[in-house]
Design a binder for this molecule. Structure first.
Ligand code: ZN
Length: 271
């Protein structure tokens, strides 16, 4: 483990000293990979899940909705596995129609609220948001965030197995009333790009994530919507950046899946 840590410092220092053309994100992902192992990420995610259960989070028991989310998630996961193989992906639907939210935890657990399924205009928007959340996991954002929030020493101590209790306290830091720690702006934009790319990869209109943000921005002030917006500011700049990325990357895809989502919204009690 000590030599692994040496590599981490090496990668980090090259990220700090190299300028121009150097992929900082790739360097940070490398550091995160060395410092927080897949197994430790899995343990962190498990702790968060236990915490959600302790908080009496109500998971949906609607089989139709569960199957619906599963088939969308499976298609997206096939995309994500190409970028980061070996993740034990799991997905959960939280029964809370008044809250528009979705989040991912380290190790590959994806949570989507029924409120988000009800608020979306079409399937392309849902797929865009889920793809965004998968992107946070693929790019190891929580591990990168841990390094930023707790310092390299603490996370390195965790990597060396010096303090098993750290995993529990770090997991607690990741959940605040069930909401994930907010990621930085750069990580958010990176996740938006993953969302657009994965949507396109399975034939959906990649603009879904952008149109969802535009929709929420128009409804600012609604407390249920503010949950997602508190960690995902829906600025016009953000929407412009997503659209510019889609054009630059030449992403195609036309499926909107409006009728399919309508069926699920009816199953959730929408008129
Ligand atoms: Zn995000």
């Amino acid at each position: 483990m000590k030599s692994a840590l040496g590599i981490a410092f090496l990668v980090l220092s090259s990220a700090c000293t190299t300028t121009g053309g150097f992929n900082r994100s790739a360097a940070e992902q490398g550091v995160a990979q060395v410092l927080v192992s897949d197994d430790q990420e899995f343990q962190l995610g498990l702790q968060v899940h236990e915490q959600l259960k302790k908080e009496n989070t109500k998971f949906s028991e609607n089989a139709q909705v569960g199957i619906y989310v599963e088939q969308l998630a499976k298609k997206l996961i096939a995309q994500a596995n190409k970028d980061r193989p070996g993740v034990t992906w799991q997905y959960y639907v939280i029964d809370d129609p008044a809250t528009v939210n979705a989040f991912a935890t380290p190790g590959g657990r994806i949570y989507v609220y029924t409120g988000l399924l009800l608020a979306a205009e079409n399937e392309a928007e849902v797929v865009g948001v889920l793809g965004h959340e998968l992107g946070h996991v693929v790019a190891r954002h929580s591990a990168r965030q841990l390094v930023a929030a707790k310092g390299l020493d603490v996370v390195a101590g965790m990597a060396l197995g010096k303090d098993a209790g750290q995993i529990a306290s770090l997991a607690a830091a990741l959940t605040g009333k069930g909401a994930m720690l907010a990621y930085g702006r750069g990580m958010e934009l990176e996740a938006d790009e993953y969302g657009a790319r994965y949507s396109s990869g399975i034939g959906y209109d990649p603009h879904g994530i952008a149109s969802f943000f535009q929709k929420l921005a128009a409804k600012q002030g609604d407390p249920g919507i503010m949950v997602w917006l508190s960690t995902h500011p829906a600025s016009s700049e953000r929407v412009e950046k997503i659209n510019a990325y889609i054009t630059a990357a030449g992403l195609g895809g036309t499926n909107l899946g409006a009728a399919e989502l309508k069926t699920i919204q009816k199953a959730l009690g929408a008129k």
